[in-house]
Ligand binder design. Structure first.
Ligand code: SAM
Length: 187
């Protein structure tokens, strides 16, 4: 079991119908898709992630298809998904505003975006450290930002946050583990 598994289980709870997952990575959420999920369109630029997902994809009954390469430009019709999933991806997508606008476009009205993301910490002292370390973090971890205010960015993109839990995990320094886990609804 991986330390992120309990958060993956929590964030996937309640997903149903046709789902788009942005930043699918190596499919670590696949074991947690609830049975009511009928299909997943996986959006992931890295071929290596898709290859590493093979075993998990072989073990699930949920149909999962690699359907896109870039969350900033989704190859789907408007209003085509019941729900969306993003786990630790909003830190890395270069133009997060564009990606959130795309998610809103492809979600049906009332569609739910389930998210767990690290970002700007609730405490000023931790925030100062995050701002100092962000340039290094971005260089070492493929463009990963430490200071994105996830909930504010979702609201600014027009989502309504219906559930959110903001907390630190205790398995790593606070500047890395200021998590926001919740559900944002597309109007
Ligand atoms: C920290 S990893 C998280 C992967 C996965 N969601 C997880 O929870 O294990 C960030 C992921 O975002 C993906 N990514 C980076 N830029 C992206 C983009 N423009 N559109 C979609 N995914 C992107 C990366 O390839 C990577 O798989």
């Amino acid at each position: 079991m991986k330390s992120s598994d309990p958060l993956r289980e929590r964030v996937c709870e309640g997903l149903e119908g046709e789902v788009v997952e942005v930043g699918f990575g190596s499919g670590l959420n696949v074991p947690f898709y609830p049975p009511k999920v009928t299909r997943v369109a996986a959006v992931e630029p890295a071929d290596v992630g898709w290859k590493l997902a093979a075993r998990r994809l072989g073990a699930t009954t949920t149909p999962v298809e690699r359907s896109g390469l870039d969350g900033q430009s989704l190859p789907f019709e408007d209003d085509s998904f019941d729900a969306a999933l993003s786990t630790w991806t909003m830190c890395t997508i270069p133009d997060l505003g564009a990606a959130l606008a795309e998610l809103r476009r492809v979600l049906k009205p009332g569609g739910k975006l389930h998210f767990v993301e690290h970002g700007l910490a609730p405490d000023e002292k931790v925030r100062r450290l995050q701002h100092r370390l962000e340039p290094i973090q971005k260089r070492v971890f493929g463009g990963c930002h430490l200071t994105r205010p996830i909930v504010d960015r979702l609201s600014a993109a027009g989502f309504t946050i219906t559930e959110v839990d903001v907390f630190y995990e205790d398995n790593a320094p606070k500047f890395l583990t200021a998590q926001s886990l919740g559900v944002a609804v597309s109007p």
